[in-house]
Design a protein around this ligand. Structure first.
Ligand code: ADP
Ligand code: MG
Length: 326
């Protein structure tokens, strides 16, 4: 099973930041309102996440780590299928096959916490009692220690950390009601206190800065069942802002080409050629009209009526920018 998991992991655990993303998404699924991340050496030495979510019951700990059945990759066709499924139900199994992973958790119903870790080639799971409040801690140490080829692709500690911070920022921007703490090498790098969903601008200020929020053009627009909420940087904020491009579809962070193209085109129409516009952009559409599982890492979406969505975005952004510049 270890080898099978490693094959899947090779495709989906690209780098420490992809681990962080999967772990945070699990915590959100578990209803956590506080998520604390401790990163060491760009995540390559250690990624530790602690949450206050619903926890994992003792008799489900093993299942959480070993959901990936070997029989699934009996043939090459099957392997293709698993890879295209990406991480669905595979994240922890995959991550634990390329790291030293331990899972400590307590549900409110249990009087004590339990810790599970994987060992050996067959990934036998051992379970021992532990001390832990309600919620879960996942500790991922020595990522890629047993897959040298993967490890070679890791960039510098600083670069890997930047990717992690980017993931945390993106998720924080779509979950204002969750508090986040991000430490790197024992230093608190980011702290986003929980805010009410209606105070989204406050979360924006925490993540991208009060200055951006104060100077950006705010846009809220609904049309034919689609909704845009956006903060658009004006032409004075364009330079060195490529680290401030965040787009979301139904609250999932995306780097969707169609959306980026539509926004870019609107900026070009408003200001002429523009290098890197800064924006935080939320699109809400009927889930029926969008497929969010096109890309295994889930960065791209497919709209049923892509032209319509593109033009809606482009026009909305153009109108908002033009109103601003008069
Ligand atoms: P998936 O999220 O697709 O189900 P994962 O491998 O990411 O697959 O997680 C396996 C299972 O472990 C989840 O379905 C969930 O039951 C449990 N789990 C993982 N992380 C947490 C967490 N932080 N809190 C509670 N349960 C968790
Ligand atoms: Mg998951």
């Amino acid at each position: 099973p270890r080898l099978a998991n490693q094959i899947a992991a090779g495709e989906v655990v690209e780098r420490p930041a992809s681990v962080v993303k999967e772990l945070i998404e699990n915590s959100l699924d578990a209803g956590a309102t506080r998520i604390e991340l401790e990163i060491e050496r760009g995540g390559h030495k250690r990624i530790r996440l602690r949450d206050n979510g619903g926890g994992i019951a003792k008799d489900e700990l093993k299942l959480a780590l070993s959901r990936h059945a070997t029989s699934k990759i009996a043939t090459l066709d099957d392997l293709e299928q698993i890879l295209s499924l990406g991480f669905r139900g595979e994240a922890l199994a995959s991550i634990s096959s390329v790291s030293r992973l331990s899972l400590t958790s307590k549900t409110p119903e249990q009087s004590e916490a339990w810790q599970a870790s994987c060992e050996g080639r067959e990934m036998d799971v051992s379970i021992v009692p532990a001390a832990h409040p309600d919620g879960t801690t996942i500790d991922v140490a020595d990522l890629f220690y047993n897959t040298p080829a993967r490890r070679k692709f890791l960039r510098t500690e600083k670069t890997e950390y930047q990717h992690i911070e980017d993931v945390v920022k993106r998720i924080a921007l779509s979950h204002p009601q969750v508090g986040f703490t991000l430490k790197h090498n024992n230093k608190v790098m980011r702290r986003f206190a929980a805010v009410k969903p209606e105070n989204q601008a406050q979360r924006l200020a925490q993540v991208v800065g009060q200055k951006f929020v104060d100077n950006a053009t705010a846009l809220v627009l609904e049309h034919q069942g689609m909704k845009i909420q956006a903060w658009l940087g004006n032409h004075n904020m364009l330079r060195s802002s490529n680290d401030c491009q965040f787009s979301f579809v139904n609250d999932r962070g995306m780097r969707d080409k169609l959306i980026l193209h539509a926004i870019r085109q609107a900026y070009e129409m408003s200001y002429g050629a523009v290098e890197q516009p800064a924006f935080v952009f939320y699109l809400t559409v009927n889930p029926k009209d969008v497929d969010v599982n096109v890309h295994p890492a889930k960065h791209e979406v497919r709209f049923q009526q892509s032209r319509l969505v593109h033009d809606f975005i482009c026009k909305a952004v153009f109108d908002a920018l033009c109103e601003e510049c008069g």
